[in-house]
Design a protein around this ligand. Sequence first.
Ligand SMILES: [Zn+2]
Length: 362
Amino acid sequence: MRPMLKSALSRTWRDKQTLQFGTEPERAHVVDQADERFCAFLDLLDGERDGPAVAAAAEGLGLAPGYVTQALRSLTETGLLDDAAAVEQALAELPPSRRELLGPDLASLSLLHPRPGGGAQVLARRTGLRVEVRGAGRVGTAVAAVLAAGGVGEVRVVDQGRVLPGDCAPGGIPAQEVGRTRAAAAREAVRRAGGLPGQATAASRSARTEPAGRPPDLVVLAPRDGSGAYAGDAVEAHTLMQAGTPHLYLGVIEHLGVVGPLVLPGASACGRCLGLARTDRDAAWPRVLAQLSATGPAQPREVACDGAVAAAVAGLAGLHALLLLDGVRPPSVDGWCEVSALDGMVRRLRLPPHTECGCFWR
Ligand SMILES: [Zn+2]
């Protein structure tokens, strides 16, 4: 370990002797009696020295070994200390372009995972994960880009056909890609967002890190027509449930952006639970859903999708997906979040497993 103060935390003086790390009340930490000796010791924690080298340099400043041990322990317990060696190791295999782009993400993770090297280990784990996004529309490609930019090792977008103007969005497929195949345009958007130098490099890296045929760690269901918002594809849901694959529904329907439910098969409410809950409130829902799933003149000629709502859905969905991949249970599990174009509000709604669904039955 090579101790260093976390680069993401500001250092400010509350008065002549009280040093504050960070600004947010939940995470900020205050050190009373931060005298000259303490500040000189902090200057040694630059990530260049290992523990014994820190102790030796501290001795040169007249600091006793006991002082150093106690100070390092205290800084570790309060989450102020990182491990430069772990950070280097986490980033070592990434191309330089990707490494630089991930700097702020790593700084953020170091705050969320407080022990020294904790954030670096989470980021390193992300680089070995696979996510499949189904749907290369405004929301799907933007989510894929968020995940690639967040360090997920392999993000694959699945769709057919060619890019239409309505598929384009900030953070997703740019307007100049209209007419290109959606799969190729989405792949390029993911490559750009992830800072990967070229498709060959990405493919060879995936080949090194991923066993052949390994299923994705998460599937994101974001069909271009927004129907992911009501999780209506029973066949797709059944396949994912049988395979035990975590999957996240999302989409923009009319004025409403929806993120969730995020389904942990056998451990949380599923897409069918959502349909049954809706049927409890509206007995005609199954008949309506069947008609929505069919193509024909009754369907909208232009799918409504507010660009700002789509961007909000993509960002929120990306955050929830990364939380899950990092081992945290996001609020779209056993629920879903709605973003409304009417008032800009974000709401979280509960979705308990439905008693008639059977997804919890053994
Ligand atoms: Zn269910």
